[in-house]
Design a protein around this ligand. Structure first.
Ligand code: BDR
Ligand code: CA
Length: 316
């Protein structure tokens, strides 16, 4: 059997982040070494608490968790309360957190975990990129031990934080620029990819059928998340952005991608955080990111349902 991929998940839970955690724990291809948190969907205290509540729910409180940046490098924090609610994870009865948040903080946990791992580590960064940019700047010696950085972020066409920009990149465009320039292989899962795979009410019913407490909680979370997507887009279903990044790492066939030069807009307020993807090589610059383009929806949705069932059965 192939070796499991050592993985650190940097996240801001968040409904889709919570599912990313579940996929990271459920998939046999992955070895989740640590979770680091960042402010984004909610404040840092909430996103850290939410990561711990999810780990408590699924009975995996041995996974180390550490809190990172309280806000973007240069800009003010704008949380996504309209999408994820005041706590960042509204809609379900999650348990009180029962894990000890590591005292050394996210940067130290990232550094020591990467350096101690027996193989180069993949970082899945599914919140604003503040922690990862700080890691690159403060501990550049870890870069050679990072296999690749898998990012949920960016928009080739429409944005969600603004008409032109996706939330994670818009929140901290300077951090995104630093990460894109860091020289390690980057995969970018933009809204153009994640919007192709909506988790519908029929899928929620299938997910619920495994009958565990974990399944009930995730069904409630997904129904809450679905309200926003129905309100804004009229969709019957939600893109599970962050989980797609982790699922793609486990099962590469889920997403077709292509390498492009990607730059982040950091000057204009109108287009702040826009990821400018050079689809036709007009800049003449070399590619710096592998960009997700086409998603195989049904197997991805099945993978999510199976991950919740697996983690739920193990938690009983
Ligand atoms: C991204 O923003 C957050 O709301 C989600 O968790 C996801 O990481 C989607 O734009
Ligand atoms: Ca997120």
């Amino acid at each position: 059997m192939a070796a499991r991929i050592p993985l650190i998940l940097d996240c801001d839970p968040g409904h889709d982040d919570a599912l990313a955690i579940v996929v990271a724990l459920a998939r046999p291809e992955l070895d989740l070494l640590a979770i680091t948190t960042v402010a984004g969907n909610a404040g840092l205290a909430e996103t850290t608490r939410n990561a711990c509540r999810v780990l408590t729910l699924v009975g995996r409180t041995e996974i180390p968790v550490a809190a990172g940046a309280v806000g973007p490098l240069l800009r003010s924090l704008h949380v996504a309360e309209d999408v994820h609610g005041a706590s960042g994870l509204e809609g379900a009865a999650l348990p009180e957190p029962a894990c000890d948040v590591r005292p050394e903080g996210a940067l130290e946990l990232l550094r020591t975990t990467v350096l101690a791992a027996s193989a180069p580590v993949v970082i899945a960064a599914v919140g604003p990129l503040t922690n990862i940019a700080l890691l690159v700047r403060i501990y550049p010696e870890v870069l050679e031990r990072i296999h690749s950085i898998r990012v949920m972020g960016g928009a080739i066409t429409e944005g969600n934080a603004t008409a032109s920009a996706e939330f994670n990149i818009w929140q901290d465009p300077e951090a995104a620029h630093i990460v894109l320039e860091c020289g390690r292989p980057i995969t970018l899962m933009t809204l153009d990819a994640t919007h192709q795979a909506l988790f519908t009410e029929a899928d929620v019913v299938r997910l619920e059928a495994s009958g565990t407490q974990v399944a009930t909680v995730f069904a409630d979370l997904l129904r809450y998340f679905g309200q926003f997507h129905r309100r804004r887009y009229g969709w019957d279903g939600s893109p599970i952005h962050d989980a797609l990044v982790v699922a793609h790492l486990a099962v590469p066939e889920l997403v077709k991608s292509q390498s492009y030069r990607v730059e982040v807009e950091r000057v204009s307020e109108l287009t702040r955080g826009r990821t400018v993807v050079d689809l036709h090589g007009l800049t003449g610059l070399s590619a710096n990111a592998d960009v997700g383009l086409e998603v195989d929806r049904d197997p991805f949705i099945d993978l999510l349902i199976e991950a919740v069932a697996r983690v739920g059965a193990a938690a009983r």
